[in-house]
Design a protein around this ligand. Structure first.
Ligand code: TXA
Ligand code: MG
Length: 310
């Protein structure tokens, strides 16, 4: 019975996507708002539902590196990174192939394409059964938090068909690496770290100097709750909720969520957006955030918190 129910749900999602509709898709990073990346009409529906500024291009999701090569031109770096990290939470920016068929709305008119192979079994299954890539931004309205559970997506978009893949195990959007410049550059930090990428490529990464857009969540207010966020706090204000990490001695908060009582950065990342969503309430005047060590995935955590506080 359970199998049958699951098959019906998957079939409905596939049918919706083939007809140019939108589906809430679980990935290991965050839930995506997925549509056919080759279809202008389908991608336009994503922008409309998210109320997303047109200049922010989308990531194309495919089932494998082989499929990725149909849409982008691989170089040596791409081969190495795809071998090491795909399927997984890494997005590569590469030159878009001329005959790729990818909608200009997906790339926002750029001649490069952001592409990734997600590891989540449901995303994998869906992508393997489609003959087109899926454009999928995080499934949240522009400028609000990225969703890490099916319930988050349903709250934001009550009419959307959402596949339930459980809570996302990574919990932060993918690391984005631009491979179209003289040296590879990280445009958005994520759980695949700078050190891991440098180790695989055997070279030092460059710094992101192109301020025009190029990139990610580059909209500063990309990850923002509706009440102010104070970072690296050492004391609590009245009516302030506390977002903590590890053991600490800041007592007396009216509400506290600890991202990881053990001080595990991976666990903290997986919990971040859900915790911010819970604390984003008019009951509190602001959210105080304890310092989080800026190492490994801690860099990405601090990046998201900084955006959320700006
Ligand atoms: O983990 C993720 O990456 C999630 C899941 C659903 O896969 N997706 C996600 O998509 O975070 P989104 O649209 O919220 O963020 C994609 C980022 C955007 O900030 C965009 O600016 C950047 O990727 N991007 C897309 N195409 C680009 C390109 N050609 N050059 C530079 N940056 C690009
Ligand atoms: Mg997003």
């Amino acid at each position: 019975m359970k199998r049958l129910a699951q098959k019906t749900v998957i079939d409905k999602a596939l049918k919706t996507l083939r007809e140019g509709g939108l589906v809430g898709l679980p990935t290991e990073t965050v839930y995506g708002l997925a549509a056919n990346a080759l279809s202008d009409e389908a991608v336009a529906r994503i922008y409309a539902l998210k109320a997303r500024p047109q200049f922010n291009p989308l990531i194309a999701h495919v089932a494998s590196a082989e499929q990725a090569m149909m849409y982008v031109a691989f170089n040596d770096w791409a081969h190495k990174l795809a071998d090491a990290f795909w399927p997984g939470p890494l997005t590569l920016i590469l030159p878009k192939k001329k005959d790729s068929g990818v909608s200009l709305l997906t790339t926002a008119g750029l001649d490069t394409l952001a592409i990734r192979v997600p590891a989540h079994p449901i995303a994998q299954h869906i992508l393997k059964n489609l003959v087109f890539p899926l454009a999928a931004p995080s499934a949240n309205p522009s400028e609000s938090l990225s969703p890490t559970t099916m319930e988050h997506v349903q709250q934001a978009f009550p009419d959307l068909y959402v596949l339930n893949g459980g809570p996302c195990i990574v919990g932060l959007e993918s690391t984005i690496v631009d491979l179209t410049q003289k040296v590879p550059v990280i445009l958005r930090p994520g759980s695949v770290t700078l050190q891991e990428i440098e180790a695989v490529l055997g070279c030092q990464l460059g710094t992101n100097t192109d301020k025009t857009i190029k990139s990610p969540g580059q909209l500063k207010r990309h990850y923002a709750p509706s009440i102010p966020l104070r970072l690296n706090v050492t004391h609590l204000n009245p009516k302030e909720a506390l977002l903590s990490f590890g053991a600490h001695d800041l007592k007396g908060a009216i509400r506290e969520i600890n991202l990881s009582p053990q001080g595990d950065l991976q666990e903290a990342a997986a919990n971040l957006f859900a915790a911010l969503a819970k604390l984003d309430s008019s009951e509190y005047e602001s959210i105080a955030v304890l310092p989080i060590p800026p190492q490994g995935i801690g860099l990405a955590l601090n990046d998201r918190l900084k955006r959320a506080s700006s």
